[in-house]
Write a protein that binds this ligand. Structure first.
Ligand code: SAH
Length: 466
């Protein structure tokens, strides 16, 4: 099975930097089901083409496994199309080879990650029983120009007609990251055969790779159903969580911008005051089981762990890197068993409904809402207040009016470059009253940090109670 991706962006060899694979080298990697090779048939200033050659070992696939009926000797286990076609194996290989690019990171060419580039991808053999029509329904809404060539079942017997194998070319000016994500999700959808994977974590992968585009794709039901291989419960969960699309790119820029925000707010040690106020509100609520939604690197989690009152503490964040840092900073690996059992970190997004978040007494959402695009805020409201429904919700967000008090901040800018908005007290209160009212909560407001007569405090806090 061969996948080729080509660009005419100049210098075209930037493709190598984006993929983190050197155009001068042939590299091979072992996979549990075979081998994958990456090389560049063409690598010039004007045109660069990367080839991914996947060799699936059909014998290796069945070794040690029993057939569905307990019969180990079914011929189709050994003689099948798996070595030759684009299937979920190719997606697994893409993930292994290019996960950095798919996550939107590039060490050497960060500026190119989101940039649309002229890209062309060719899949040598795609099994697709729905024919060219299905190919078009899947790729064209994403903006691709598509050409498909259907192959006869057997050249020697034209009367047998056409098979369901196609050579497919797609072309578009698009970021490499998006192209890889589309291929990762859609290849197994087209194949629709037995998948190498089936499990709960496939929902996470589907949502992660489909975050920016799946919820608005007209075929999202078909894609989700087939990707999850007709496992109805998984499909339902995945669709339910696609409340809205999410194009957050949490890891790329957060860390740097966090430092900027800290610098601006430093003289007040506002962060410490914020954690203190939130902790006090959570303690006063009498909660035992608490969520820290958008926990970042675990500032609040550290304080929560110190309080015996909190018997179960769950930190959730969309950024895997932040969770890893939180785990390191809290030294989770080294905590004694009793302590370790109290705390859990979960990867998840607050704009999707998530059943893991139900049944808690309280939730903190500290300096998170301003990172959400206003349309996504709606999904966040539902995910938290309608579905997770903790007894108490403590939300903090910057008070925009206070920005005039900071010398380091130029007029009209936000404290953190990833903030999508910063609200005045009136704006926050209006939002909070509406959310509380429509979900059966009451809300009260408290200032955090020094209070100025005119502009109020730097941070504002809403405490919602059911
Ligand atoms: N509460 C932490 C971190 C605040 S920074 C603290 O006060 O220190 C905002 C955090 O929200 C980041 O860690 C970011 O990854 C997370 N975040 C942003 N959008 C999110 C979403 N949709 N779901 C979950 N976490 C999100």
């Amino acid at each position: 099975m061969l996948l080729q991706i080509e660009t005419t962006h100049r210098p075209a060899t930037d493709l190598g930097y984006l993929l983190h694979k050197n155009p001068a080298k042939l590299q091979s990697f072992d996979l549990s089901f075979g081998k994958v090779h990456v090389f560049y048939p063409v690598a010039t200033e004007d045109c660069c083409q990367v080839a991914v050659l996947l060799e699936v070992d059909p014998i290796g696939l069945v070794r040690g496994r029993r057939g569905p009926s307990g019969n180990n000797y079914r011929l189709d286990q050994y003689v099948n199309d798996r070595p030759y076609v684009a299937s979920s194996f190719l997606s697994v290989a893409l993930n292994k080879l290019f996960s950095t690019a798919m996550n939107g990171r590039s060490k050497e060419r960060p500026e190119l990650v989101e940039q649309p580039l002229p890209l062309k991808a060719t899949l040598s053999v795609v099994p697709c029983r729905g024919g060219e029509e299905l190919l078009r329904r899947l790729f064209e809404p994403l903006g691709y120009a598509l050409a498909a060539e259907r192959h006869p079942l057997d050249d020697r017997f034209p009367e047998w007609g056409e098979g369901h194998y196609h050579t497919v070319r797609i072309e578009q000016t698009i970021s490499l990251r998006s192209l890889l994500q589309h291929l990762y999700v859609l290849i197994p959808v087209l194949d629709n055969d037995k998948h190498y994977w089936v499990g709960e974590d496939e929902i996470e992968k589907l949502l992660a790779r489909g975050e920016a585009w799946l919820s608005t794709h007209p075929e999202k039901d078909l894609i989700t159903t087939r990707y999850l291989k007709y496992q109805h419960r998984l499909t339902r969960d995945a669709l339910a969580r696609l409340v809205s699309e999410d194009d957050l790119d949490p890891d790329a820029t957060e860390a740097k911008h966090d430092i900027e925000e800290e610098e601006i707010e430093k003289p007040l040690s506002l962060n410490a005051q914020r954690m203190g106020s939130v902790l006090a509100a959570l303690k006063a609520s009498g909660a035992a089981h608490v969520l820290d939604l958008g926990c970042g690197e675990g500032n609040l989690l550290r304080d929560l762990l110190k309080e015996k009152q909190f018997a179960r503490i769950v930190g959730v964040d969309v950024s895997v890197r932040s969770l890893e840092r939180a785990s390191g900073r809290l030294k989770l690996e080294r905590l004694p068993d009793m302590q370790r059992r109290r705390i859990e970190l979960m990867h998840g997004s607050l704009i999707y409904r998530d059943d893991r978040l139900t049944g808690f007494d309280a939730a903190a959402v500290v300096e998170v809402i301003e990172h959400l695009d206003p349309p996504r805020l709606r999904s966040f409201e539902r995910a938290v207040f309608e579905f997770a429904r903790p007894g108490t919700v403590v939300i903090t967000t910057p008070n925009q009016e206070y920005n005039v008090m900071w010398e380091a901040l130029t007029a009209g800018t936000f404290r953190h470059r990833d903030h999508r908005f910063e609200w005045t007290r009136a704006e926050f209160q209006e939002w909070a009253e509406r959310v509380a009212g429509s979900h059966g909560y009451t809300v009260r407001f408290l200032p955090i940090g020094p209070v100025d007569d005119v502009v109020g405090s730097p941070t504002q806090m809403g405490v919602f109670e059911r």
